[in-house]
Design a protein around this ligand. Structure first.
Ligand code: NAD
Length: 343
């Protein structure tokens, strides 16, 4: 028997514990390859440790360098800073890979197979924001500063080219707004062409598109794209758009990869509107677990998990409500476990 791999587990907020339980059941059926150290963050961190990102959670990831994380709640407007953003900064998780693949054939968009890479630690997500008070209104003017660096752009672009080539992809498209934000996103575009010419021109094609046109093109004809790479905020928006093409947020996993750790998660949030009802779709987190298995070279287990998801959806026709089905999370999970165990 292969020894278990140490990894940090953060169940997360809202539907997090429900979809994490489902995902752990699937991993258990695959022979329980990870030795989990359970920690808290987000609202769970505030409630149990008085901190949205407790020191013990950071220490655990520093040791394991590997984590599976449920969604973490972040208050809008005021309140504490996003624990997700802080985790990305703390472990220099500069690359966020979000694969989007059709899992249920015959829908509005068939045969989608898109890879979205999002720069994960720079741009307008750095949170450099302030207000200027005028005439007694403390919030009369709001200012945000985005920061993109040459090195930061090189890190994500180099990772994108290397990964896309290793996965046999044919084309990388840089998504930007360099016509308006000439410096902030121009540096990203310019670095992409420099790096491509320097190292990758004979291995993969490169082109670019402005972000607003890219949204329109993704809706009209998503098949024209193969691999997209973009800055932090655009990547956040585009990957949700891409998830919508394949049935919604319940189907989209994400891998945060960096120098010091790798953290795997669902793209979606804590879904407070359905939390506690037992109806959440656990596929996105299960697919994140499959990416995590790939990351530690357990490709056979990763493929078995993906196959079990596909068979449950398309052979057994067991689907959660967001996919038009009638199964609750438990019923769906039981079907996945049965598929993993019985093939
Ligand atoms: P959300 O992704 O939580 O929900 C958007 C919609 O999609 C909701 O209607 C929800 O019910 C549905 N949905 C999401 N996941 C689903 C699933 N697995 N199964 C079925 N339906 C699902 O987005 P939101 O409501 O904008 O955000 C809620 C909270 O989550 C916020 O506090 C936000 O900051 C946080 N968030 C966290 C992460 C993360 O931890 N990576 C990502 C995005 C948002």
């Amino acid at each position: 028997m292969t020894p278990s791999i140490p990894a940090t587990l953060i169940a997360g907020d809202g539907i997090g514990p429900e979809i994490m339980e489902a995902t752990l059941a699937a991993l258990d059926a695959l022979g329980d390859p990870f030795d989990w150290d359970a920690q808290v963050a987000g609202l769970g961190g505030v409630k149990t440790a008085g901190d949205p990102l407790p020191a013990a959670t950071l220490a655990s990831i520093r040791t394991t360098r590997l984590a599976l994380k449920g969604p973490l709640e972040t208050p809008s407007g005021g309140g504490y800073r996003s624990s997700n953003v802080r985790l990305r900064e703390a472990f220099k998780l500069y690359a966020n890979m979000r694969p989007t693949k059709t899992l249920i054939p015959g829908g509005r968009y068939d045969n989608i197979d898109l890879l979205v890479f999002r720069e994960n630690v720079e741009g307008l997500y750095m949170g450099y924001e302030h207000y200027i008070p005028i005439d007694g209104d403390p919030h009369a003017v709001a200012i945000a500063t985005g920061v993109n660096t040459r090195q930061g752009a090189r890190n994500i672009l180099d990772y994108t080219f290397r990964t896309a080539i290793a996965l046999g992809r044919k084309k990388v498209t840089v998504v930007h707004k360099a016509n308006i934000m000439k410096a902030l996103t121009g540096i990203f575009l310019e670095t992409a062409y420099m790096l491509h010419k320097e190292k990758y021109a004979d291995q993969i094609a490169l082109d670019d598109v402005i972000v607003d046109a890219c949204c329109m093109k993704l809706v009209i004809n998503p098949w024209q794209f193969d691999t997209l790479v973009t800055t932090n905020l655009f990547g956040d928006i585009l990957s949700d758009l891409a998830a919508g093409l394949v049935g919604g947020l319940g189907m989209a996993p994400g891998a945060n990869i960096g120098e010091d750790a790798a953290i795997f998660e669902a793209v979606h949030g804590s879904a407070p509107d359905i939390a506690g009802k037992g109806i959440a779709n656990p596929i996105a987190l299960m697919l994140a677990a499959a990416l995590m298995l790939d990351h530690v070279d357990l490709h056979d287990k990763a493929n078995r998990l993906r196959q079990a998801i596909s068979d449950t959806l398309n052979v057994d026709h067991i689907r959660t409500g967001d996919l038009g089905g009638r199964a609750n999370t438990q019923r769906f999970t039981d079907a996945i476990v049965s598929r993993i165990k019985n093939g």
